[in-house]
Every structure is written in C-alpha cells, then in structure tokens.
Design a protein around this ligand. Structure first.
Ligand SMILES: Nc1ncnc2c1ncn2[C@@H]1O[C@H](COP(=O)(O)OP(=O)(O)OP(=O)(O)O)[C@@H](O)[C@H]1O
Ligand SMILES: O=c1[nH]c(=O)c2[nH+]cn([C@@H]3O[C@H](COP(=O)(O)O)[C@@H](O)[C@H]3O)c2[nH]1
Ligand SMILES: NC(=O)CC[C@H](N)C(=O)O
Ligand SMILES: [Mg+2]
Length: 516
C-alpha cells in the first residue's frame, strides 16, 4: 500500500492506521511517476490531505497515469479534491469552510466504503475548498450541511474519496473507513504483522549486506537493540556492535549496556571511550542544532575509528567494513525534515545530523516504523521485556538536556539529578505509565535561593514526564504530588548548585519532548 503525501500533517498517521489494519504501507511524495508506482506494484493507494488548493496554478497534482494503472485508490481531503478535479469533476472555494467535528449524512447503504456505518456520524474536517460536482460515473456517498459531495465512489474502477480525515481518532468511524477501503473495496488481506516484517527485513538485509561485515551503533535503547537483533538473525557473526560512550550518558548506563545486552543476545560488543573527543568538539556551543550536528558527526567519526581498529584486528581478512546499522525510526526521519515537504523540527543525530562525507552504506530496517511497532517486533524476536519496554533516551543524551554549553561539570550535576528522578519514579512503580522523563538543566538560568540560612544563586532543574504512543504527539504525565515532592526535596538537598525544581506541563505539540 502506498500513501501519496501532498504535504499533509497526517501522512504518517495514515500509514500507521493502514498498518493497524494489518496492511503494510509506505509513504511516497506526490511527485512520484506512474512508472515508479507501477514498479512498486501496490495493492492500493491513499492520497493524503495537503495545504494547497487544486485549482491554483502550480498546486501539487498527481501523474494522471497513476489513476490509469487500475490500482484501488482512496483520496482524503486534498487527495479527494485532486481525484475530483483530474477525473472531470469540479472543485471550488464555496465560502463554506468546515474545521473540526462535523456531522456527515451517509446516502443509502454507503456503498463498500461506508458499509456498516450509521446514517449520520461525526467526522473531523479541515477544509476550505469543496468538491461541488463529482466526476462522471461516480456516486455520491455522503454529504454535510454545507458540502453536498463529502464522499464519492466509482465501484467498477475502485476509486473512492472522502472530504473528512478518517485517519484522526476524532473521526468516529475513521478506522472503519480505512478498513473498508483496504479489505472490502480493494480486497487487500489483513495479513501484515510483526512476523512478516521480520521475514521481509531479514531477506532484504541479506541481499544488501551479502557476505560483507557490518557494524551496528548500539545504544542499549529499544531501536538499536531490535535493529541489531534483525541483522544478527540475517547475517549472524558478520555483525559487530559498537557502543559509544560519549560522556553524555546517564549514571551507570555503560555498565548496564555492556552486561545486560550481551547477556540477553550474545552478540559481539565493542565499547569505544570517546568522552574527550565529544566534549572537546562541544566546547563553547550552546545552539541546539549546532550541538546535534556536532554530535552526529562525532558519532560517525567514532564508528569510522572503530571500523579501522576492527579491520586491523582481523588482519587476515582485512576487508573494510562498508555497512553501518542504525536503529532509525520514522519519527526521527520526519522531525529531521526528511518526509516529503515536511518541516525540519530538529536534526536527529542519526538522520539530519549525519555528516556529508559519510562513507558507510546505511542499513536501517526500522526506518518506516513507529516505536510501538518496533517493540512488537522485538517481542516477536524474543528480546527480553527489560529491553523491549525500555524508555527512550536520545542518542545525543544529556548533551541536549543542558540548556547552554555542555561541560563536564554540568554533566555530572545533571547525571546526579537524573539518577534521583529515575530512582524515585521506579520506586513509585511509574515506569510503565511514563513514556520517558527527560531531566533538563537550565545552565544559562540562575535563581536566588535560601539554603542553610544563606543566599544561593543556583540553577533550576526541569522535570519533563510525558505520556505518548509514538513520540509524535505527547501529553505531560500527571505525576502524584508526593512523588514530585520527594524528587524535588532530594534534588535540592543532594545535587550541588541546584536550588529549584520545576515541572514542565506542556503537551507536544506545542512543545517537543526534549528541550533542544
Ligand atoms: N551511545 C551510542 N552508541 C552507539 N550508537 C548509538 C548510541 N546512541 C545512539 N546510537 C545510534 O543512534 C540510533 C538512534 O538513537 P535512538 O536513541 O533514537 O535509538 P535507540 O537508542 O536505539 O532507542 P531509544 O529511542 O529507545 O533510545 C540508535 O538506534 C543507534 O543506532
Ligand atoms: O536518537 C535520538 N536522536 C536525537 O537526536 C533525538 N532527538 C530527540 N530524540 C527522541 O525522540 C523522541 C521525540 O523527541 P522530541 O519530541 O524532542 O522531538 C523522544 O523520545 C526523544 O528523546 C532523539 N533520539
Ligand atoms: N486538509 C486538507 O487537505 C485541505 C485541503 C484544501 N487545502 C482545503 O482547504 O480544502
Ligand atoms: Mg536511545
């Protein structure tokens, strides 16, 4: 299944809902040609929404040859309007805009697309243009008070469209619309699951790597653990994992990764001590994007160094190691501005932070997936729950949790505060309720305190507990007051130079999870 992206807010959400219906899906840009689509041989196509108006000059369109391929198609919002216009219907700005919850009246039995759904339902709309006339041969399946053509279908050609957004949870029967399109109209079986992904990826990895050697950047996090397990399954001992201790890790993290991961999986792991290298590179840098780019570059320089040492060590074979495995996920790619037409929010070190002179060929088997999907694959591969359920920790580590310049001294301070927070949250049994809880040091901010009858002028620590399904959106976790009180008390007593603890009560959007 292909999702054609017209610059939508929700393209990745469509792909995810399709996978929830147990069908594999991939996002492609709207500039894709009919020949490229044909080469992918998709079982169905969904056209996403988008900010433009189809009647404007230069508005994104679809290669007309794509509709002629005979692949079942569902247009959503802008995608619906693109279909209407290209197939001979009419789209116009009627002055009747609909944003948010909108009741829709289904005509007759709703056809295949709206089958089994009530005559009126609440949908989520976000449009200013409307299809005022459906193309010839299409039947109108639904309407609203101000939009006479809110859904249409051409049953023989298997072409469908809806003006609303079935992919958002606020559309009451949204998932049903998507499932009806996939299973009922397009006849695509619901057979995609974690097991298939593993089989397919193992095959792809074997084809890519052949009998070459490969290194994997292993962090102890879920994503790289699952990526490494997949590659290990595919090519066995051709894999060596490299763990970089960049000095930006949390307390005790190095020992944990070295012991737990190797015990659980039996892969070969090399640890590189690169603290000085990273800290030197970060001297005088406060800008978050600059930090991210530097850290991304130093990661790659460290992998290159490890590669040279591994090659020198296996002198008999002496072949360079060409492949680098990373546990990159879809949100890393989208936020780095790697979607089609999506904005750069922050450069994740493993995507937007990669240096231009990268020598390795990347192996990224999880690049189109979300974290909860990756966890399901990890379980299927038999990884222990401690690894699969581990809370995320960003590759740039504490480096992007110090607002201001990163120094060894500040890192020590933040490490102590972070250890207290983790200890208390675990003791309170809150680990599974929280997605992750960044602890941030506002190194460039100072506030006055009174401690031991004396004046202090110290730094605030921010607690950022969040709940999320996939890190694309998040809400702040309502932690019990007594737990917050204990954490605050311990941090101000035990961590030097900190005289204030504050709680971040911002959802994502508008805030991102990390502060930088
Ligand atoms: N300290 C590290 N040493 C080696 N590779 C790393 C390190 N930190 C991150 N990476 C690489 O960067 C990738 C992206 O990091 P990211 O934090 O998103 O994933 P993760 O650590 O595997 O999982 P999680 O998101 O659960 O923390 C990792 O999958 C891994 O390949
Ligand atoms: O490996 C990573 N490299 C990065 O550069 C990076 N930046 C953010 N994160 C993690 O991604 C998720 C979303 O974070 P944001 O809401 O801050 O974008 C959260 O889980 C963050 O911890 C990163 N992980
Ligand atoms: N969300 C959308 O896809 C909007 C489509 C188009 N820009 C409109 O306003 O009607
Ligand atoms: Mg991580």
């Amino acid at each position: 299944m292909l999702v054609v992206d017209f610059g939508a807010q929700y393209a990745q959400l469509i792909a995810r809902r399709v996978r929830e219906a147990n069908v594999y899906s991939e996002i492609v840009p709207h500039t894709i040609s009919a020949a490229e689509v044909a080469a992918k041989n998709p079982a169905g196509i969904v056209l996403s929404g988008g900010p433009s108006s189809v009647y404007e000059t230069g508005a994104p369109a679809l290669d007309p040859g794509i509709v002629e391929l005979g692949v079942p198609m569902l247009g959503i919002c802008y995608g619906f309007q693109v279909m209407a216009k290209q197939l001979g219907g009419e789209v116009a700005k009627t002055g009747q805009r609909e944003y948010g919850a909108t009741p829709v009246a289904v005509s007759g039995d709703g056809g295949d697309l709206l089958a089994g759904q009530p005559a009126t339902q609440t949908t989520w709309m976000s449009h200013g243009d409307s299809v005022v006339r459906a193309p010839e041969g299409f039947s109108v399946l639904a309407s609203t008070a101000s939009t006479p053509v809110a859904a249409f279908a051409h049953d023989q050609r298997k072409l469908y469209g809806v003006q609303w957004h079935p992919e958002v949870k606020h559309s009451e029967f949204g998932q049903r619309v998507i499932e009806n399109f996939l299973h009922r109209a397009a006849g695509i079986p619901a057979d995609w699951n974690a097991g298939n992904v593993i089989a397919e990826q193992v095959e792809r990895i074997r084809a890519q790597i052949g009998d070459g050697k490969v290194i994997c950047g292993l962090s102890g996090g879920v994503d790289s653990a699952v990526a490494a397990a997949l590659v290990h399954k595919a090519v066995g001992d051709q894999l060596v994992c490299v763990f970089v201790d960049h000095g930006l890790l949390r307390k005790d993290e190095r020992r944990q990764v070295q012991e737990d991961y190797v015990k659980a999986t039996g892969v070969r792991l090399v640890t590189v001590d690169a603290e000085q290298q990273f800290l030197d590179a970060l001297v005088g840098v406060s800008d978050p994007e600059q930090k991210r780019k530097i850290i991304g570059r130093e990661f790659i320089r460290t992998f290159e160094q490890a590669e040279r040492e591994l090659v020198a060590e296996a002198a008999s074979e002496g072949e360079p190691i060409r492949f680098l495995v990373q546990g990159t996920l879809y949100p890393d790619v989208v936020e780095s501005g790697g979607g089609s037409g999506t904005a750069n929010i922050k450069s994740h070190h493993n995507v937007g932070g990669l240096p231009e002179d990268l020598q390795f060929e990347l192996v990224e088997p999880l690049r189109t997936l979300f974290k909860d999907e990756v966890r399901a694959i990890g379980r299927e591969l038999g990884l222990p729950e401690e690894i699969v359920n581990r809370q995320p920790f960003p590759g740039p580590g504490l480096g992007i949790r110090i607002v201001g310049e990163v120094t060894k001294d500040r890192l020590e301070l933040l490490r102590d505060a972070d250890a207290i927070v983790r200890e208390e949250l675990t003791a309170a049994g809150l680990d599974t309720e929280i997605w992750q809880c960044p602890v941030v040091l506002l190194a460039d901010v100072r506030s006055v305190g009174v401690q031991g009858d004396g004046r202090t002028y110290g730094h605030p620590i921010v607690l950022r507990p969040v709940s999320s399904e996939d890190a694309m959106t998040a809400d702040w976790t309502r932690l019990p007051y007594d737990v917050l009180a204990r954490i605050s008390n311990r941090i101000t007593n035990e961590v030097r130079d900190v005289n204030r603890v504050v709680l971040d009560v911002t959802s994502k959007p508008p805030g991102t999870i990390e502060w930088e």
